[in-house]
Design a protein around this ligand. Sequence first.
Ligand SMILES: CC(C)(COP(=O)(O)OP(=O)(O)OC[C@H]1O[C@@H](n2cnc3c(N)ncnc32)[C@H](O)[C@@H]1OP(=O)(O)O)[C@@H](O)C(=O)NCCC(=O)NCCS
Length: 180
Amino acid sequence: MIEGKKVRIRALEKTDIDEIMKWINDPEVMENLLMRYPVSRYQEEKWIEKTLDDSNVRNKVFAIETKDGVYLGGIGLHRIDWENRNAEVGIVIGKKEHWNKGYGTDAMITILDFAFNQMNLHRVYLRVFDFNVRGIKSYEKCGFKKEGTLSDDRYAHGKYHDTIIMGILKDEFKKITNDQ
Ligand SMILES: CC(C)(COP(=O)(O)OP(=O)(O)OC[C@H]1O[C@@H](n2cnc3c(N)ncnc32)[C@H](O)[C@@H]1OP(=O)(O)O)[C@@H](O)C(=O)NCCC(=O)NCCS
């Protein structure tokens, strides 16, 4: 278990599939994620199987739950580059009624602390679509800075959108957490 202030990050379980299937095909959730097509239970089961395989050393995916044990969503470090010590973080709070309550920001700060101070990563970055204002606001609160823009990278709702790359270094995170 990785304890945050409002949430707990724990191992992903095969049994989480029931909760995942409740939100994974919600268009308002999906439009912010890299996936585009509806996902079947079979596909999601295969993804969990692959994710939990011990040989998958470049991806560490976890579940987020409240302190009372209510499943909220998932968070993961992907494309872990053990030589250059960086990784891409991805997050989803699945059910919309749990949005805007500080869970995502707390989960992100918790995984950053784990990434920098337990895994000894040096840089964590993410990709976010320009229309995801909630996500961008949350990442800024965690200390992420905009590193660059991939112009017209994502086609959605009949037009192209930019993908923004945001990142944070271990020293920057340390400074923010020391200042708080
Ligand atoms: C993005 C996500 C992880 C953020 O988690 P969350 O728990 O909803 O976010 P938080 O409550 O911690 O923070 C959101 C902040 O954005 C603000 N916000 C929300 N909508 C906003 C808007 N339209 N304009 C400006 N700010 C907005 C909130 O007020 C809050 O700031 P505050 O705490 O200062 O009031 C979550 O909403 C989510 O999973 N969304 C769907 C999937 C997704 O977008 N994944 C990330 C892909 S990059």
